[in-house]
Design a protein around this ligand. Structure first.
Ligand code: AHR
Length: 325
């Protein structure tokens, strides 16, 4: 376990410990703080680590006691965590679902126990929207459409075919679905765009590397015009492989990446990538506000989208604020 992960686990342990001291309370008040059970899907990316930090620190600032569980990329672990939150009678449950399906039973149990549920970051696929109180998510379809629009604009005056390689996120996860579908809904308006290869890299740097290696075994670099990557970590892996193969990223192959970590913005400034679609990980403060309102019995919107930006090679780089992660 590296230093960063150990520090993170320690923070989680402290949060969980301080939380357990406040359990058994039924009505939150000034001396009986709200208890929030949060199931994080894992720690697969730079984005995810920042999202966890945002949630843990916002809980502390809001005076909310958090039970934080890292499911390590396994939906079964998320189900177990949610069941333990129900058993502990937390005031509110929030979770970031790894995949969209398979949640109805456990959310039915939370509903039966009278515990409100907030879906965070990714969405669930259910016929029964009474199973959650609200969803605070990114608009992943819009992110995909932004990526497509960048290509439409960039290649407006080009007539030759534009061949695209796609590094996709986790199968059945909302970001992978939205970024796949949104992108295609835009590029399909011009037949010169063709996705020649698409594979799932699970949002991980190591898999981005592996897939890019496979791609370069299948295609000559001259056959690839664009790399569209569903997150920055996979992009970092792909860039390493391109450089090892003597390919100049951002010049020989145009790169679009989603997330907007500081490192990818530095790459954008350097011309190593060409377009960055922001996916905002800093949802902690908004989540705490929602938790407080819900516990106080206030009405909240059912679906809330987090605000996100787009940066590309034509942006004014001086106006891009430090990303902070
Ligand atoms: O659900 C958000 C996505 O999940 C981010 O784009 C990615 O980096 C993370 O793993």
């Amino acid at each position: 376990m590296n230093k960063r992960k150990r520090l993170f686990s320690l923070i989680c342990a402290i949060c969980i410990f301080s939380c357990s001291c406040g359990l058994g309370k039924t009505t939150p008040s000034a001396d009986k703080p709200i208890v929030l059970g949060f199931s994080q899907l894992g720690d697969e990316s730079t984005w995810r680590s920042q999202n966890s930090r945002s949630i843990i620190s916002a809980a502390e600032e809001a005076g909310i006691k958090i039970m934080f569980d890292d499911a390590m990329q396994d939906p079964e672990n998320q189900i177990k965590a949610i069941r333990s939150f129900i058993a502990y009678k937390v005031d509110v449950i929030a979770f970031s679902p790894l995949v969209e399906t398979g949640w109805d039973t456990v959310l039915g149990e939370a509903k039966a126990a009278g515990i409100p549920v907030i879906i965070v970051d990714r969405m669930i696929d259910t016929e029964d929207d009474s199973l959650y109180t609200c969803a605070l998510c990114s608009d992943f379809d819009l992110e995909g459409r932004h990526a497509g629009q960048f290509l439409l604009d960039k290649y407006r005056y080009t007539e030759q075919p534009i061949k695209i390689v796609e590094l996709a996120g986790t199968i059945d996860s909302t970001p992978a679905i939205g970024r796949y579908e949104g992108f295609r809904s835009v590029i399909s308006s011009d037949s010169k765009f063709e996705v020649i290869f698409s594979a799932c890299g699970d949002f991980m740097l190591s898999k981005g590397r592996e897939i890019m290696q496979q791609v370069l075994e299948l295609y000559d670099p001259e056959e690839i015009d664009v790399l569209y990557s569903h997150n920055d970590d996979m992009t970092f892996g792909a860039i390493e492989v391109m450089r090892e193969a003597g390919i100049e990223p951002g010049k020989d192959i145009v790169i679009i990446s989603v997330d907007a970590t500081q490192r990818i913005i530095d790459y954008l400034r350097a011309g190593t990538v060409n377009c960055v679609i922001e996916c905002n990980p800093n949802s902690g403060p908004q989540l705490m506000e929602l938790a407080k309102k819900i516990v106080a019995g206030e009405e909240v919107e059912k679906q809330i989208y987090i605000k996100e930006l787009v940066f590309d090679e034509n942006s004014n780089f001086n106006k891009i604020a430090d990303r902070g992660y």
